[in-house]
Design a protein. Sequence first.
Length: 169
Amino acid sequence: MSETSIERTQIRSRMVGRLRASHEGCEVTLAGWVHRRRDLGGLLFVDLRDRSGLVQVSFGPDWTEKASLECAHGLGHEDVIQVKGDVVLRPQGAHNPDMGTGEIEIHAKSVELFSNAQTPVIPVYRGPEDELPTEELRLKHRVLDLRRSEIQDALVLRHELVLATRNYL
């Protein structure tokens, strides 16, 4: 099937958090922030995040272009990237029940770095045991604070409440 002009100009074909096991075998183009990177010798794993969720992207010499593999090794926290690859089921025992996309991963064929990120002044992701930065610092760097899932969830809830109110009236 040939690409349409719209598909050639799209940054992504799907949202990261909406991928499921039913998409196995599909070729996808994803874009988002590097949430976390793990180098396990021959394989490199990147958790890719967009506003809809997280997905694990794996880079390996058997399925990733050499230039893209080198680019992936240089990725840092919060870098903005585009990944093209295939949706595959994770090996048995590697499923992550804590993630909506925990049954699948993306075998990256290529990666394009859109933007290098400096080390964020405030953490975008924090674990349950980590303390929040002061409110003054979070307000000063509001753009980064808006990336936190707690803030995004509150904004979505607010939108749904306002929409329901408007539809009722």
